[in-house]
Design a protein around this ligand. Sequence first.
Ligand SMILES: [Zn+2]
Length: 342
Amino acid sequence: MKTLLPTSTAGSLPKPSWLAQPETLWSPWKLKDQELTEGKQDALRLSLYDQLQAGIDIVSDGEQTRQHFVTTFIEQLSGVDFEKRETVRIRDRYDASVPSVVSDVDRPQSVFVEDAKFLRQQTDKPIKWALPGPMTMVDTLYDDHYRSREKLAWEFARILNEEARELEAAGVNIIQFDEPAFNVFFDEVNDWGIAALERAAEGLNCETAVHICYGYGIKANTDWKKTLGSEWKQYERAFPKLQSSSIDIISLECHNSRVPMELIELIRGKKVMVGAIDVASDTIETPEAVADTLRMALQFVDAEKLYPSTNCGMAPLSRRVARGKLNALSSGAQIIRKELFG
Ligand SMILES: [Zn+2]
């Protein structure tokens, strides 16, 4: 990748209204069978088109192929019973009715590989594919079988590694693991969370990333953020071990959040996807605001390791707002490129 300050998004982009109810998480598909397959592919093409029009350098499927960033992956695994539901506390924040692990978990067939091949056919740009991380997967289930979060995480890490190797073979350039749980369970992160993540990424030759954030702009998350005080130092707990991990890129939330920018110093040496777009607000950033965030980050990240990005996924936003934010990200990165490289 020769592009300086390559832009990307952290995750999802809005779905078109003919595929699923927009501005909603977990919104059910409006199509089925062959129509659904084609509908997802059409939505992927549109999402890619929006990214290309905005000048985004590392593109994705905009998560048009999944209903939810964790559940859609788990649905394809054996050992999890979606009929047998229990209420658990997710990320120590909100209660949800979740499926149960009832026997050994496994991946009977690949989950996203055909979708990734389809995206690969549509563009020559570098592509990034997101998978849930092992700890975040564990945290969305009731486990009646292993009865150990760590044991279950290692099983998921093995399964994720199988999927990741196939995604790499399909031409994916960056495989990203989403681990919002890393901002909550600090002791587990350091005991086994990062080790399980490294297991999921083991043996990959493509680049690997981990996305850690404060979540979508949904009420449970914005309410939680209000309890965190004036400075959010959660990253401080996981960063030292992540710095020495085998993961290449760390994707963070920065813009409009109360994360002290200097925490990035703790991962000096890693490539950093700096969130310069607030996904919890409908206000479209100005290119100058994006540039300001990137300029601040440059105090702690070497320019060749800075990847301008969004704080998190944009699925809950309108398509108009999301497109505006993609454009702002691109223009903001361009301002900094000019400053740095002329
Ligand atoms: Zn996120």
